[in-house]
Ligand binder design. Structure first.
Ligand SMILES: [Fe+2]
Ligand SMILES: [Fe+2]
Length: 134
């Protein structure tokens, strides 16, 4: 699987948001490297925990910017965030230590999730930029 890149088409033009999306990309590539090196499941569990922490920070960043800008769909966008956290925390972290396929499933889940997440952020970013937020 090729490493993921935050291509220019995935840049939303809001500095803090793009930076955190970039950190998520790095973490996904780190997950892939761990899987290719057949590292222990413990390291995968650690990365999943770090990814969750980053998501929590990232969602607060976005929600603060939406509040600051008076984004009318804040509640709806926040619901997406809350749903993502529930799903991520619901991932069976314990299975990573036992099962190689679970690591691959995690990688696919994170990649798919991040691309869908960035796509869902586009409208919000558009609004923030219109309010002069960069
Ligand atoms: Fe985001
Ligand atoms: Fe978002």
């Amino acid at each position: 699987m090729r490493a993921l890149r935050l291509e220019p088409s995935l840049h939303l033009g809001i500095e803090a948001i793009d930076r955190q999306h970039g950190e998520m990309v790095d973490m996904i590539n780190e997950t892939q490297a761990l899987l290719e090196a057949e590292e222990s499941g413990d390291q995968l569990v650690q990365i999943l925990n770090r990814f969750n922490t980053l998501c929590i920070d990232h969602f607060s960043t976005e929600e603060a910017l939406m509040r600051e800008a008076g984004y009318p769909d804040l509640a709806q966008h926040k619901k997406l965030h809350d749903g993502s956290l529930e799903r991520a925390f619901g991932f069976d972290a314990a299975s990573l230590g036992r099962d190689k396929e679970a690591g691959k499933a995690l990688l696919q889940l994170l990649r798919d999730w991040l691309l869908a997440h960035i796509h869902a952020d586009r409208e919000m970013a558009h609004f923030l930029k219109a309010q002069g937020i960069r």
